[in-house]
Design a protein around this ligand. Structure first.
Ligand SMILES: Cc1cc2nc3c(=O)[nH]c(=O)nc-3n(C[C@H](O)[C@H](O)[C@H](O)COP(=O)(O)OP(=O)(O)OC[C@H]3O[C@@H](n4cnc5c(N)ncnc54)[C@H](O)[C@@H]3O)c2cc1C
Length: 303
């Protein structure tokens, strides 16, 4: 029987593992994809306190080594179900079942991609899925943002304060995001709203050169000269598995406040898969800390 079983070995899950182990608990991390999670794909991280610059892969590796050095067990297997049994839980994976007193869900999100020509090849070389993370790399350059919700609108606003010019591309005439944000963008000299347009191709070799955009109504095509494209078309939380176990929000995120407690006692949540406004390494690490300490207190009080 494990004390704390953590589903997901990203920044939130591994931080929870470090704090759980340091609280004297027997901790297991189950990782079904790439250890380190989303950040492993980022060539550079320059906004984590006290680390000036590090690759995402090195950041993940160091956090993994730190968890291992504290005696945390890690299994590389996907979790397919979590069941309740008596006063504890059973976590089901491709490699068998694990009994545990508490569970920390730290499964993160997937970014909704455009699935167009050139997108995969240019990801990390001009195509980004996070304005806060990568905006500074495009200082004084021309960029485009794709999307129509609040994330895209806020991303475009943030980028307009750093970049020379921002083109916001949305497939419909009306934006899904708040009207007040749209109004603020319309008032900016260095922002162009391009609707109803879709991006059909991303061009470049090594570095991004631009994109082809198509007018949805008359199907005319135009090329756009930008050095960065921010795809901010939404995030898909990896929470489907838990929909009958804990309360989710309309958007599919786990409904929990800063205390990281879910609707079910004994199950905690950390990181991007939780309902929150800022999804970054710092906030994932903060959640991991809170969730592990809450799980430790729960164990001390109930077992
Ligand atoms: C390209 C890119 C660049 C970024 N750059 C920065 C940056 O510079 N600075 C910054 O602060 N933030 C950055 N971010 C955001 C940052 O990566 C996330 O906020 C952070 O990774 C969230 O951590 P997490 O642990 O909550 O989730 P994730 O990193 O998504 O980790 C979740 C883990 O859970 C695993 N998992 C999911 N489902 C299961 C399952 N059923 N069973 C087992 N395992 C499962 C996944 O495989 C994954 O490894 C960037 C994101 C991207 C995509």
């Amino acid at each position: 029987m494990k004390d704390i079983t953590i589903i997901g070995g990203g920044c939130a899950g591994l931080t929870a593992a470090v704090y759980g182990a340091r609280a004297g608990k027997d901790v297991l991390v189950l990782e079904g994809g790439v250890l380190g999670g989303q950040i492993s794909y980022s060539p550079r991280v320059e906004n984590y306190p006290s680390i000036q610059s590090i690759s995402g892969a090195d950041f993940s590796e160091q956090l993994y080594e730190q968890a291992l050095s504290l005696g945390v067990s890690v299994e590389f297997t996907e979790v397919t179900e979590v069941k309740e049994k008596d006063n504890h839980f059973v976590v089901v994976t491709g490699q068998g079942e694990f009994e545990t007193r508490t569970v920390v869900i730290a499964t993160g999100v997937k970014h909704r991609a455009l699935d167009i020509d050139g997108e995969k090849a240019m990801a990390g070389h001009g195509v980004s899925y996070c304005a806060t993370c990568d905006g500074a790399f495009f200082r004084n350059q021309k960029v485009a943002v794709v999307g129509g919700g609040n994330t895209a609108l806020l991303g475009a606003e943030y980028l307009s304060s750093i970049c020379d010019h921002v083109t916001l591309i949305h497939r419909r005439d009306a934006f899904r995001g708040e009207e007040a944000l749209v109004k603020r963008l319309r008032e900016k000299d260095n922002v162009t709203l391009m609707t109803p347009y879709v991006v059909t191709k991303i061009e470049g070799e090594g570095a991004l050169k631009g994109a082809i955009v198509k007018n949805v109504k008359d199907e005319s095509e135009t090329s756009l000269d930008v050095s960065g494209i921010f795809v901010l078309a939404g995030q898909i939380p990896n929470n489907d598995l838990f929909k009958d176990l804990v309360k989710l929000t309309e958007g599919g995120f786990i409904d929990a406040k800063e205390d990281c407690k879910t609707s079910r006692p004994g199950i905690f949540v950390a990181g991007d898969c939780r309902e929150k406004t800022v999804r970054q390494l710092t906030t994932a690490a903060a959640d991991g800390t809170v969730a592990a300490l809450a799980a430790s207190s729960y164990i001390d009080e109930n077992f």
